[in-house]
Design a protein around this ligand. Structure first.
Ligand code: PEP
Ligand code: MN
Length: 342
């Protein structure tokens, strides 16, 4: 793909006015050509806004007619596919929770085959990564959809993976996406920076990283009034912020060393994990401190520290790490740990 591909729109279609206004502003202020707005929202827990259903497809049709944009929505059941075909939705995507289930993906693929045979409906299909870092499951879902629409009409969307050790809403785990790119080199790879980041600040950082890594484009959430959004309010950019972000992104794929960028991103992710584990360790220290206080035990127990240290030094020797360096790190870690126990 020569030009980066951007697919942008709200987390959910909420009202006709919100859909049309967000689309108008995205076209005008950010030059967006492909507008996303889910009619159905897969929510982790019941009781949250689950989308308005079919009405949203009619609003998307209006967006296409009024602003000349291509339109996109998420499908998770065969009935969604039939309705999307009826409203000639240009792009469909399969969400992370659906990709995780091969039975469902096959049902979507079958429904799409029927719509293509009966109505000649052949949309583009975007496949999000599954919620667990399973590259074969992601590849399998892409192949099931490509069997109907052709490899040239599918794209992969990297939205990150459920994890507790990440500063983001979903952990990037970049190597999983790199592996997919190696397995399916012809399939464009987009980053869903919004669902990966979970916050507007994170969206910017991740979008930059993706473009440096040679991703083919981005999926972003944007709402004409983010503070009023019925879902994912904290990660939706205003259309003008989307415009600013996209203008400031430079596609450096040709001018920078992609191999180096990939390794740096891997290292950044490891650092994020490492520091979040160190924080978790301190939080356990605090609970140990509370226990010791309640049971009148001293904070510093030299024999316990000696045992922990010797175990780590032995491990360092076995793994080729410099003992002095490990000793220094352990001393610093222990001192900070004692501080958390006070
Ligand atoms: C979405 O893009 O609206 C969505 C729900 O994303 P995901 O399937 O990645 O959670
Ligand atoms: Mn969302």
């Amino acid at each position: 793909m020569a030009e980066p591909f951007y697919i942008v729109g709200p987390c959910a279609a909420e009202t006709r006015a919100q859909v049309l206004e967000t689309a108008r502003l995205l076209a005008k202020e950010a030059g967006i050509h492909v507008f996303r707005a889910p009619a159905w929202k897969p929510r982790t827990q019941p009781g949250h806004f689950e989308g308005v259903g079919e009405d949203a497809l009619a609003w998307l049709q209006e967006v296409r007619l009024t602003y000349g944009m291509k339109v996109a929505t998420e499908v998770a059941t065969a009935e969604h596919v039939r309705l999307a075909a009826h409203y000639h939705i240009d792009y469909l995507w399969i969400g992370a929770r659906t990709t995780a289930n091969p039975f469902l993906v096959q049902q979507l693929s079958d429904a799409l085959r029927e719509a293509s045979q009966v109505e000649g409906y052949i949309p583009h299909v975007l496949i999000k990564n599954p919620i667990s870092p399973d590259v074969a499951l992601w590849q399998g879902a892409i192949e099931r959809m490509a069997a109907v629409v052709g490899m040239e009409s599918v794209m992969a969307v990297h939205r990150g993976f459920s994890s507790t050790s990440t500063p983001y809403r979903n952990a990037p785990m970049w190597p999983v996406a790199f592996e997919l790119r190696q397995r399916l080199p012809g399939v464009p790879l987009l980053l869903d920076a919004s669902h990966m980041a979970g916050s507007c600040d994170g969206v910017e950082v991740l979008s930059r990283q993706a473009m440096s890594l040679g991703y083919d484009g981005l999926m972003l959430e944007s709402h004409c009034a983010p503070e009023e959004a019925l879902s994912d309010a904290q990660q939706q950019l205003t259309p003008s912020a989307v415009g600013q972000l996209l203008r400031s992104l430079c596609t450096r794929a040709s001018s920078c060393d992609m191999g180096l960028q990939a390794l740096r991103s891997e290292m950044d992710e490891l650092d994020d994990t490492l520091w979040s584990l160190i924080l978790q360790r301190m939080q356990v220290s605090r609970r140990i401190g509370q226990y010791k206080q309640a049971h009148h035990l001293p904070v510093l127990q030299q024999s316990r520290y000696e045992a922990v240290l010797q175990k780590r030094l032995e491990w360092a020797r076995q793994n080729g790490l410099d003992e002095q360096a490990v000793l220094q790190l352990m001393t610093t870690l222990h001192a900070e740990s004692c501080r958390w126990q006070l």
